[in-house]
Design a protein around this ligand. Sequence first.
Ligand SMILES: [Fe+2]
Length: 188
Amino acid sequence: MSELTEWAYPLAESLLAEPLPRRWKHCLGVAERARSIARILGEDAELLEAAAVLHDIGYSPGLAKTGFHPLDGARYLRDVARADERVVNLVAHHSCAWMEAEARGLREELESKFPRDSPHLNDALCYCDMNTTPDGTPTNPIDRVNEIAGRYGPDSLIGTFIRRAEPEILASTSRVLERVATAKRQPM
Ligand SMILES: [Fe+2]
């Protein structure tokens, strides 16, 4: 484990494991998916794994402020945990957060405070999240989007957001799959 992951796991665990055990299992699963694509990430592999295990801490009851979890999580990481800003920005923008932010009137707030800086890593985190069920087991992005829409209801804010985000989610995850396929064709 790197310094970054050694810091990230206990922090995420302390915020999620007890109040939200299912969400914690999801985060562990997303981190596992991150390890599975380490090869395409090179020296950013640990950065992605750290962001993966932390990506949903914004749901933790103690730090949920706006009710929009990417923003709440990123603010906590920036202001309280004083995290590496690349981790902060990945959490802020995970899985097309800007679209949900727009629906909540928080897009300006999100994008002005947290730059979306690495498309490659944003794709990778989206891939990991969208290939993991709420219980942390592997799935695929189509089933994952359907599960979210079903869970929140198709007409809910999140149900509407996830349908609108679906093309971007699928584009993002297929870019990652292409990188994985290319990496497999190359010698280690
Ligand atoms: Fe999330």
